[in-house]
Design a protein around this ligand. Sequence first.
Ligand SMILES: Nc1nc2c(c(=O)[nH]1)N(C=O)[C@@H](CNc1ccc(C(=O)N[C@@H](CCC(=O)O)C(=O)O)cc1)CN2
Ligand SMILES: Nc1ncnc2c1ncn2[C@@H]1O[C@H](COP(=O)(O)OP(=O)(O)OP(=O)(O)O)[C@@H](O)[C@H]1O
Length: 201
Amino acid sequence: MEPSLVQQRQSLRQHIRRLRCSLSEPQQFAAGQQLAEHAILFSPIQQAQHIALFMSMDGEINTRPLIARLWHLGKSVYLPRINPHQPTTLLFQRFTPQTTLVKHRFGMMEPEENCDECRPFTDLDVVIVPLVAFDSDGQRLGMGGGFYDRLLVNWQEAGVLPIGVAHNCQHQDTLPIQPWDIPLPAVITPNKLWQWGNKEA
Ligand SMILES: Nc1nc2c(c(=O)[nH]1)N(C=O)[C@@H](CNc1ccc(C(=O)N[C@@H](CCC(=O)O)C(=O)O)cc1)CN2
Ligand SMILES: Nc1ncnc2c1ncn2[C@@H]1O[C@H](COP(=O)(O)OP(=O)(O)OP(=O)(O)O)[C@@H](O)[C@H]1O
């Protein structure tokens, strides 16, 4: 019998999480640097002031070099926190060199809670989106929490541009998708800028 869609997505997640974790230290380092160099030349990022990123874990492409460049350019950077009062949703909290980070039980580093520093999603300009896999149509598979699919439901109306970031090895020709999956208008990898649909982006 054919594996179900849920099983296919789960085994693909496992496969690609292993692949990205198996990159060597020098490969990871170079990928993070190349990502930062490409990202700061992309005009929606150049024009943005309020940019959400995420702290990499589990072999995700290293976002630290990009964060450092954005700080240097005077941009305001935010990180996601799982909303403790509504744990299916994300909050975005300001991240500066002075921010204390704490480890969430899911493994990622989050800013220590300070709601005065939170910015509503609709007031962000760009959200850099983590992903496990993306395909040639801009479809994305995440860690399985549905956090970004829920967040990005109305990104066009909200005027927030989501941009995926990934290692080259996270690309697949086609992903098994579900009706709630939100495709991305752009993905940046160390050697390519992928763009779909909106020609202004
Ligand atoms: N770096 C980073 N931060 C992020 C995300 C992400 O994908 N990457 N998220 C993107 O949504 C949100 C967190 N979502 C997550 C969803 C699942 C797991 C995870 O590892 N699940 C484990 C089981 C965890 C447990 O229950 O103990 C697993 O699947 O092995 C982690 C984060 C917000 N922050
Ligand atoms: N817009 C939505 N509203 C309500 N539930 C949703 C929505 N989008 C996804 N979900 C739920 O979230 C769960 C996980 O979804 P999915 O497997 O697509 O996550 P993912 O894309 O891998 O994760 P993420 O978006 O956090 O990176 C599913 O059970 C799905 O029903």
